[in-house]
Design a protein around this ligand. Structure first.
Ligand code: GDP
Ligand code: MN
Length: 359
């Protein structure tokens, strides 16, 4: 009845989007895409999925970034697919290209070695530029500076459940600054000196380690069956949040602490002489610099980025959020190789499920 509806409308705990669009207050947030012109088809399918499951009820703006100008086709089709406004940014060369302090000869040698060792994306210079950009520059582009929150969207991903909420609002209201859905072990060959560099950084800035950090999520012994033990002296267990899905607070990345951290890592050259990914860099930064309660695992978002699937399994949530997951796709959450059970133990927000924790 109208009266009930009125009551619900006035209840601050209810997500108004389930009734109508009038009362929605948008957050200062954007759906953020870094991609290449030739990825048009795959970004359209990601956009369609996110629009249908979430954004068509909200119309958050989309922001597209590229190291070369987007072409007309790309702009036309993505504008059509978006329910909110779209903006297209060209990344300045100095934010994208390999920094001049990188020793070219050493860099070429490291690429040759990475190819010989069959390291994933080891051959690619653009992949290294991308990881460096995503680690230190996406949050301070002309188009992103005006926002407080971002939702990273990659080409070719899929969302399986209705959101039934505004995740940006959830972040602001609960004080979350970094959120994830999948957590995995990094390939050790890509980051031989990352952790040593992080330790050097922390020794220079001991006060940067948050007193309520989830550092144990990153540091104790790794499960048998992963490569983590091959790292030798390092005490990093390779756990990281899979950064192709992220919803986060841009102001965290713009903080002095994170910027100092990024600068320190960047100056060491490891993004180029090795092949550091933005996933371990974001994850280690967030885990060390933030209160563990500022990091959230979204357990009710269904998501796929090749090759992993994650989704809620409860019948009620599956029904209510209309989750439809392709057949026979295992949930990565509690598989060997997932760090999520470790997050449940050392992070926040979920009690430890002993049966899933392999150590
Ligand atoms: P993967 O997820 O690690 O396999 O790597 P992707 O190929 O998906 O790259 C990660 C993100 O960076 C995706 O959003 C890509 O579209 C984007 N990306 C990767 N390389 C480039 C590049 O050279 N230029 C641009 N503009 N985007 C890139
Ligand atoms: Mn990807």
């Amino acid at each position: 009845t109208d009266k009930n509806l009125e009551k619900l409308r006035n209840d601050d705990n209810i997500d108004k989007s389930v009734f109508d669009n009038e009362n929605i207050k948008l957050e200062n947030a954007t759906l953020l895409v870094l991609c290449r012109n030739w990825e048009l088809k795959d970004i359209l399918s990601s956009m369609r999925s996110l629009e249908d499951r979430f954004n068509k009820n909200y119309h958050y703006p989309w922001t597209f970034l590229n190291d070369v100008p987007f072409d007309e086709e790309f702009i036309m089709w993505t504008t059509e697919m978006a329910s909110g406004k779209t903006e297209y940014g060209l990344i300045p060369k100095e934010d994208w290209n390999t920094p001049s302090f990188i020793d070219q000869e050493k860099y070429e040698k490291s690429i040759e070695k990475a190819i010989k060792d069959d390291i994933i994306y080891g051959f690619s210079k653009s992949y290294r530029n991308m990881c460096h950009f995503n680690s230190g520059y996406f949050f301070r582009q002309e188009l992103t500076l005006k926002y407080d929150y971002y939702f990273r969207v990659e080409p070719g991903v899929e969302y399986f459940c209705d959101f039934q909420m505004d995740p940006f609002r959830l972040l602001r209201e609960s004080g979350k600054k970094y959120t994830f859905v999948v957590s995995l072990y990094e390939y050790p060959e890509t980051i031989p000196t990352l952790w040593d560099t992080v330790e050097d950084f922390l020794n220079e800035h001991p006060s940067y380690l948050h007193p309520n950090s989830a550092i144990e999520f990153l540091t104790s012994k790794a499960p048998i069956g992963t490569n983590a033990l091959d790292l030798g002296n390092s005490s990093y267990n390779l756990c990281h949040f899979w950064s192709n899905f992220e919803i986060g607070d841009l102001n965290f990345f713009r903080s002095k602490e994170y910027l100092d951290y990024f600068e320190y890592l960047s100056k060491s050259g490891g993004f180029y002489y090795e092949r550091w990914g933005d996933a371990p860099v974001h994850s280690i930064g967030a885990v060390l610099l933030l209160d563990k309660d500022e990091i959230l695992h979204f357990e009710d978002i269904g998501y796929n980025h090749v090759p992993f699937f994650t989704y809620p399994e409860g019948r009620q949530v599956t029904k209510y959020k209309r989750c439809v997951v392709p057949k026979d796709k295992d949930n990565i959450n509690v598989k060997l190789g997932s760090c999520l059970p470790r997050w449940w133990k050392f992070g926040s927000g979920k009690k430890f499920l002993k049966e899933y924790y392999h150590e």
